[in-house]
Design a protein around this ligand. Structure first.
Ligand code: FE2
Length: 309
């Protein structure tokens, strides 16, 4: 059965009332968005002949999603985070701020307030017997000039694919650190190679992905925020090459330029140089920032983040 009601006076007026367009109070931006959102949902119901059963299963799905705390997990799974990145890339292009190390999605698991040190940080608390990983890199501007005193914030998952704070079995700020680059713009982080992870198998996100015939896995990755006054804030991640899901990430975060080699070092002399035992894995990630005088581009965009005031 196909009926068309969207253009009727009854539906047009209903949408206006729903969005409070006939009221003086409230917030105009919210009214505009809700009017458009509800219009598009109504339109979809009409175009796809959505049944009441389908509609109500979606409503209760959203209830479950919230109860499981998975809304910010479903969002990247449905490409929203990637889409916002595509928009920001296009905006940068338009504003003459393109270039530098590419951005990619932040994900929902940053925690503010991790310890900050100069030049070097050990990120793991030593309780997990993972493969030692040494990340080194230099932060420069677009001309290759090193940028000292740049804050490089790094966070990643443990061997179970879990993040401290959200996984209360880990110590406070385990695998989360801020490192200020030295006079040559260099930073070094010692940690353990993270595992990739999947959406909770019984969770709401995975339930929907199953209906789409999709998996919910992410490759091993390491998150970065890089900031320095006078430069565009960078939110990015690196992927270690060779992971099964490197180019098949359910959250669409992989970018070619952000896939780095994980080089196994067995040479004792080289290990000693870093005060490490062999073997260990060396990862190099150099970062290029784009200069800008626009204050709003120099800090990360606002969103709800753990422990951020
Ligand atoms: Fe992550």
């Amino acid at each position: 059965m196909t009926v068309k009601t969207m253009d009727t006076q009854q539906v047009v007026e209903l949408l206006e009332k729903v969005a409070g367009l006939n009221q003086t109070g409230g917030n105009d931006r919210v009214k505009t968005i809700i009017h458009r959102l509800m219009h598009d949902i109504f339109q979809m119901v009409e175009d796809l002949d959505v049944t009441p059963e389908e509609f109500w299963s979606a409503v209760y799905y959203i209830n479950e999603l919230g109860k499981n705390g998975e809304a910010a997990l479903l969002a990247p799974g449905l490409g929203m985070d990637k889409y916002l990145d595509i928009r920001m890339d296009a905006e940068d292009e338009q504003a003459g701020l393109a270039g530098g190390t590419p951005r990619t999605i932040e994900g929902p698991l940053y925690v503010a307030g991790a310890p900050v040190s100069d030049g070097f940080a050990r990120m793991d608390d030593g309780t997990q017997e993972g493969d030692t990983m040494l990340i080194t890199g230099v932060v420069t501007d677009q001309d290759g000039k090193p940028l000292p005193n740049t804050l490089v914030e790094i966070w990643h998952a443990d061997l179970k694919g879990a993040y401290s704070y959200f996984d209360q079995s880990q110590s406070e700020y385990n695998l989360r650190r801020g490192i200020k680059t030295d006079a040559e713009g260099r930073y070094t982080a010692q940690s353990i190679i993270p595992s990739g992870y999947g959406c909770p198998p019984e969770g709401s996100t995975q339930a929907l992905l199953n209906l789409l015939g999709r998996h919910g896995n992410r490759p091993a990755h390491i998150h970065y925020f890089v900031s320095k006054p006078g430069y565009k804030h960078l939110t990015t991640q690196i992927n270690l090459a060779g992971d099964k899901y490197t180019f098949d990430d359910f959250a669409f975060a992989t970018r070619e330029e952000l896939v780095v080699d994980a080089v196994r070092v067995k040479d004792a002399a080289r290990a000693e140089q870093y005060g490490l035992n062999t073997p260990f894995t060396r990862v190099e990630f150099n970062i290029q920032l784009v200069s800008t005088d626009k204050a709003d581009r120099q800090s990360r965009h606002e969103r709800q983040r753990a422990l951020e005031s």
